[in-house]
Design a protein around this ligand. Structure first.
Ligand SMILES: Cc1ncc(COP(=O)(O)O)c(C=O)c1O
Length: 495
């Protein structure tokens, strides 16, 4: 199969045209052999079947024993317990990059060796910058991932906190314009953040929240429908806040078109990119997005609850000075000392002068250990680029879809065991496929997958989300996943 031509087809919205032998293990292996970023898997520690069963710390790291002779069977293969699991939950919590360990250890050594001087000094051989500049270093690494200049990115807090900080600055309701447009099934935290911001302003969420609803049983919201809803509420809307990728259905929205349309009607536009950053190509600056926030523990692999990122378009980060008084003029926001310009931050004179750009939206001193983990995780992205990651993602996801479709097509039952609710068009999805199972199947499927050393995530009552993240997933992992699912469903059929 011509991989480059298939990627091109998929990127233009067409199907990949897999050959008849695509359902064989040999075919999956042939795709792995052509994978130009297959080596990136070595940058990660993937849990093993044995490590997944750990109940106490024992000083072992998954995979280390698997390379030792002790983990080999007599014919040279890896013992089952030392085999890496199939990790399909990178859309929830990314696997651990080896660099995260290295960077966190470097941080711990720096702290215990030079104490407070670590704020200003870097040790030779350290992958880290001084603590004072680590947030900027992370922003520099974020820049090509989200398509922005480093000055438009700030590394701080976690996602929900950043949504609140952004809304504090960008949601300015008036009696006429007070609505926030969101989608029908936002992640609960986004819903609560929006709802509470509205209440905080003394307004009624019932009157000020506009939820876009899907237009059919596929849980799909078309761009036209979104634009029509924007038109309908434009005169009363202050803010549009949508997820780049809807966490449940996996639908990727048309960020540039929606942004441009809403802004043309005077609406401020923010995006929650929890499922977009590190997953799909983004051009936040060129798309003229007002602000965006993302977490770093999914496709960016920085660890559970890791420090987050936010984008603020350069036009909102400018600092100018009043000609007569010399007072700084900048976009109102919630402030703290770390948003203060470094040239005066330590003057302690309580005269706030924001750092120009997104950094001026920081409030507090960010955790160096958090930033060490993030910096390590982002260093893996420096070994590739978003285009290459996305090229693989469109193909591996299409391959997963092809095998799923094949499975359903070969079923003999009247009601299919599942259907994929994520859009078929690769331009409207990232890496994740959401699979809506027939009622009552979820627990059995999940248990069988786990038993076979496969981890994917479930969203009750009936959805499993499958994410063959391109940085560390092999095509054979997709094939093995499908074989296990097929067996589980066959068993169901014969019962
Ligand atoms: C779309 C979305 N929004 C918000 C959150 C909450 O993020 P945090 O707890 O890091 O604030 C998540 C977490 O998974 C998410 O997926």
């Amino acid at each position: 199969m011509d991989v480059a031509a298939s990627v091109q087809r998929l990127r233009s919205g067409k199907s990949a045209e897999f050959p008849a032998e695509a359902t064989t293990l040999a075919f999956a292996q042939s795709l792995d052999a052509q994978d130009v970023i297959g080596h990136l898997r070595n940058e990660f520690i993937i849990p093993t079947r044995k490590s997944m069963k750990k109940t106490a710390l024992d000083g072992t790291i998954p995979g280390q024993k698997a390379t030792a002779a002790s983990s080999e069977t007599t014919n040279g293969t890896t013992k089952e317990e030392d085999q890496e699991i199939i990790y399909f939950v990178g859309n929830s919590l990314g696997a651990q990059p080896k660099a995260v360990r290295e960077y966190v250890h470097a941080q711990l050594e720096t702290w215990c060796s030079i104490g407070v001087n670590g704020h200003f000094r870097t040790l030779d051989n350290s992958p880290l910058t001084s603590w004072l500049t680590m947030a900027e270093d992370c922003s520099r690494k974020f820049a090509p991932i989200v398509g922005a200049s480093p000055d438009e990115i700030v590394t701080m807090n976690s996602l929900t906190m950043n949504l609140h900080l952004m809304m504090a600055s960008f949601y300015k309701p008036t009696p006429k314009r007070h609505k926030i447009i969101l989608e029908w099934k936002p992640f609960p935290s986004d819903h609560y953040a929006i709802e509470s911001q509205i209440t905080w302003h003394g307004l009624d969420p019932k009157k000020s929240m506009v939820q876009l609803t899907p237009d059919n049983a596929n849980f799909y919201i078309s761009t036209d429908q979104i634009l029509a809803a924007i038109d309908e509420h434009a005169e009363e809307t202050a803010l549009l806040l949508l997820p780049g990728i809807q966490y449940w259905s996996g639908q990727l929205f048309d960020i540039p078109r929606i942004t441009a349309h809403a802004q043309s009607l005077g609406i401020v536009v923010g995006w929650d990119l929890a499922h977009g950053a590190g997953n799909v190509e983004l051009s936040l600056h060129d798309w003229n997005v007002d602000f965006a926030c993302w977490c770093t523990y999914k496709y960016l692999n920085a660890g559970p609850g890791a420090i987050a990122g936010a984008f603020i378009h350069e036009r909102h980060g400018r600092v100018t000075f009043d000609e007569s008084t010399g007072a700084p003029i900048f976009r109102p926001r919630l402030t703290g000392w770390y948003g203060g310009d470094l040239s005066v931050r330590f003057n302690m004179d309580n005269k706030f002068l924001p750092t120009p750009g997104a950094s001026g939206y920081q409030c507090a001193n960010p955790s160096a250990i958090d930033m060490a983990a993030l910096s390590g995780a982002l260093s893996v992205f420096e070994k590739t680029d978003m285009k290459t990651l996305r090229d693989k993602a469109v193909l591996i996801t299409a391959y997963a879809e092809y095998l799923l479709d094949d499975m359903v097509a070969s079923e003999k039952r009247d009601t299919p065991s599942f259907r994929i609710i994520t859009p078929h068009d690769p331009r409207e999805r990232g890496t994740q496929l959401s699979v809506l199972l027939r009622e009552g199947l979820l627990d059995r499927v999940q248990a069988n997958l786990e038993e076979a050393g496969i981890v994917c995530d479930k969203r009750k009552p009936d959805v499993i989300r499958v994410a063959p993240v391109s940085m560390y997933t092999r095509y054979v992992d997709v094939w093995r996943f499908m074989e296990t699912l097929r067996k589980t469903l066959d068993e169901e059929e014969t019962q």
